[in-house]
Design a protein around this ligand. Structure first.
Ligand SMILES: [Fe+2]
Length: 289
């Protein structure tokens, strides 16, 4: 084990006379992991219990050792962390930490209503976490929409940062990435059933986000215009007005096509380096052993 993971920090114990400290954390479920860490690492975690991004490995005796620990500044309690990780129990639990880290990165005042919206509507967040992103094209499994949305938000934000867009544009791109497909859960919200149904999801997204969009529109019309353009952006056949729309479109397409390729190789033997789907050939490189 030598991983950077998200975990719920339950307890941290330090003793000023010792260079080491102890820590208890949960990744998911009810398994509490006891770990050792340094006094310096523990000293930086003064707000536990909390969600944190940790780098953890094992020593020669098999003990968990926390190498670094970074608290995620988000309004979350243990019972909710356990609820959401239980919902994504099929190996996708880390998406919960990635999602809340993205929300914690929304710091500009204009965009705060979107963070408040999703944190105060657990029934919407639950459908968002459960839904597929499509019938068959990409992320077409349970939790697929949530995984795709987190991927698009991360790629959009970090690519925009790398290309030196302003923090306001980067965070607007992050919000758009997270919620660009949220309209896909509209039929589930109306019917109350956890069944994906295709529809005009761009329009549905505006319906679900009506309140935070309204608040943004009255507070800052320029940011509203950018976010509205981003939420309307389609990955194919669409003419953008803002540079950020290209970044979001690319992120959307990268996430979708990468998942589509991975999905089509899943059931094939490891030595297959190409496959044909609907008359189209998809290639991949194989690690040489
Ligand atoms: Fe998408």
């Amino acid at each position: 084990m030598n991983n950077s993971i998200f975990a719920w920090i339950k307890d941290v114990n330090t003793n000023s006379t010792l260079p080491t400290a102890t820590c208890e954390f949960i990744v998911s479920g009810d398994v509490v992991i006891k770990a050792i860490t340094s006094f310096d690492v523990a000293h930086h975690c003064n707000c536990y219990p909390c969600l944190a991004q940790i780098n953890v490995s094992e020593d020669s005796m098999g003990h968990a050792v926390i190498r670094s620990l970074k608290p995620i500044p988000i309004d979350l309690v243990e019972v909710d962390y356990l609820r959401w990780t239980a919902l994504l129990r099929t190996g996708k639990e880390q998406l919960v930490g990635r999602f809340f880290k993205l929300l914690s990165m929304i710091t500009v005042q204009e965009l705060a209503p979107f963070k408040d919206f999703i944190l105060s509507k657990p029934f919407i967040l639950e459908k968002f976490m459960l839904s597929k992103a499509s019938y068959q094209h990409h992320h077409s499994v349970e939790h697929g929409l949530f995984e795709h949305s987190v991927e698009v938000a991360e790629i959009t934000y970090y690519n925009a940062k790398h290309l030196r867009h302003s923090e306001l544009e980067c965070q607007t791109g992050l919000v758009a990435g997270l919620f660009h497909d949220i309209g896909k859960i509209y039929p589930m919200l109306i019917s109350g059933k956890n069944q994906y149904t295709a529809g005009p999801h761009e329009s549905y997204s505006f319906s679900i986000l009506a309140n935070p969009l309204g608040q943004l529109g009255t507070y800052n019309s320029k940011v509203f215009s950018l976010l509205a353009a981003l939420l309307s952006a389609k990955p194919y056949g669409y003419k953008p007005r803002y540079a950020l729309e290209y970044i979001l479109k690319q992120a959307d397409r990268c996430s979708a096509e990468s998942n589509y390729a991975r999905m089509n190789f899943t059931s094939l033997p490891n030595h297959y380096d190409f496959t044909r789907v609907d008359g189209k050939t998809i290639y991949r490189l194989i690690e040489q052993t």
